[in-house]
Design a binder for this molecule. Structure first.
Ligand SMILES: CC(C)(COP(=O)(O)OP(=O)(O)OC[C@H]1O[C@@H](n2cnc3c(N)ncnc32)[C@H](O)[C@@H]1OP(=O)(O)O)[C@@H](O)C(=O)NCCC(=O)NCCS
Length: 393
């Protein structure tokens, strides 16, 4: 079977809220957030009729309650896609949504379908990380992993131990720049256009959630004074870590032939992707082998990549990536130009498609750039990287 070219036509996300009762999505169902994204993709792309979407793939880490019952199928029905649209759900924790994208793209590439929607949703308020998981006791009794492996913040402290040259000050400086880039992105109106507003019921009554709740004015002094919840006198703080958030994001994919047939000008093409495993205790290292593998798979080098969207679970993990691939610290003009998860937040499975949406929007503005990358680390020790080609180059 010969693989076909797969293109991304559009992508949109909800605002990202803070998890918990103070978050604006506290009274909103996760599946309704996914539905909002699907409906908006359909509204923005009228040449794609609902009955043309053949597959709907959604990532979610905790697949129960309002994220259960095979979200890919339920959200398709709730969003008004045709009964003929099949759907399923995937889980690769933080990279669940990116896995939904590469899985749906692989279906399109192999001719299993022509048009698919892929996304990710995580309501971390309704489903706190790992709350209902029951890890096999053998992980600890047989010393397969240390206890650290199950607490993401501790894995970030471990990275600081492994790379002692990366100090807390560096993690804070990186995070300050992240917040500044996001503030500038909002000021320039570049972030709002990637967000579909959603009317939600909160303690204050009905409000429109149209801006991320987490970004905040930040200074080095403010960051320096924050607690280090994962280790006494540690390096990881609420200011240099991603947060606990609620959000949904999704993209519209199709074969290049289908796009041409419908008269749609797609923005980018999937060039290749790879996933890789690393020691669970240093899960933030994952993007490095995943990126090396994806570059090898595509015959490219890091110098060919003009735009990088790297999920920032923790600043330290982004900094080791920069160090490994020779990016300039604290900001490199190729990396996270509108900021990253330290500012926007990280509703686990929703973050992968968010990276894809950010790249999509920047490619549209930057025909000078040919290749871009979306990459992220994954709990229990994995990395995920997808490489994309800018069609307008
Ligand atoms: C780090 C973490 C424990 C913090 O949780 P939290 O305490 O609920 O976070 P908050 O947003 O309430 O921030 C805590 C404090 O830091 C302050 N703060 C956070 N970021 C700040 C910034 N940039 N500048 C100044 N202050 C900041 C908050 O204002 C708050 O202050 P307060 O206690 O006086 O109200 C949580 O965000 C976390 O676990 N993050 C990692 C998530 C994760 O592991 N994801 C998966 C990755 S693989």
């Amino acid at each position: 079977m010969k693989a076909r070219d797969v293109v991304v036509v559009d992508g949109i996300r909800t605002a990202f809220g803070k998890a918990g009762e103070k978050g604006f999505f506290w009274n909103t169902r996760a599946d309704d957030m996914a539905v909002r994204v699907i409906r908006e993709l359909m509204r923005r792309n009228p040449k794609v009729k609902p009955e043309m979407v053949e597959e709907n793939v959604w990532g979610a880490t905790t697949q129960e309650g309002d994220q259960g019952l095979t979200l890919g199928r339920t959200s398709a029905l709730l969003a008004g896609l045709a009964d003929s649209c099949s759907g399923f759900s995937v889980d690769r924790m933080c990279a669940g949504g990116l896995t939904a994208v590469t899985t749906a793209a692989s279906e399109v590439a192999l001719g299993a379908c022509d048009i698919a929607i892929a996304g990710g949703v995580e309501h971390m308020g309704h489903h706190p990380m790992g709350a209902t998981a029951s890890p096999n006791p053998r992980f600890l009794t047989d010393k397969l992993v240390s206890e650290d492996a199950l607490v993401m913040g501790k894995t970030a402290e471990n990275l600081h131990d492994l790379f002692p040259e990366i100090t807390k000050e560096m993690a804070d400086e990186y995070s300050l720049h992240c917040q500044l880039k996001t503030a500038k992105g909002y000021e320039d109106g570049k972030i709002q256009k990637m967000i579909v507003p959603m009317t939600v019921y909160t303690k204050e009554g009905w409000i429109v959630a149209d801006r991320d709740q987490q970004p905040r004015p930040t200074t080095m002094e403010g960051l320096a004074g924050l607690k280090t919840p994962f280790r006494v006198q540690g390096n990881v703080t609420p200011g240099n870590a991603s947060g606990l958030n609620d959000g949904a994001s999704g993209v519209l994919l199709m074969s290049a032939e289908k796009a041409a047939e419908l008269g749609i000008k797609p923005v980018m093409r999937l060039k290749g992707y790879a996933y890789a495993g690393v020691k669970p205790e240093i899960m933030g290292y994952g993007p490095i082998p995943a990126t090396k593998k994806a570059l090898k798979n595509t015959g490219l080098s890091i110098d060919d990549i003009g735009l990088i969207e790297l999920n920032e679970a923790f600043a330290v993990q982004a900094i080791i990536f920069m160090k490994e691939f020779g990016l300039k610290f604290p900001t490199d003009e190729r990396l996270n130009r509108l900021g990253g998860a330290i500012a926007f937040g990280h509703p686990l499975a929703a973050s992968g498609p968010r990276l894809v949406i950010h790249l999509l929007n920047q490619f549209a503005e930057r025909p000078d750039v040919r290749y871009g990358m979306t990459s992220m680390c994954v709990g229990l020790g994995q990395g995920a990287t997808a490489i994309w080609e800018n069609i307008s180059h």
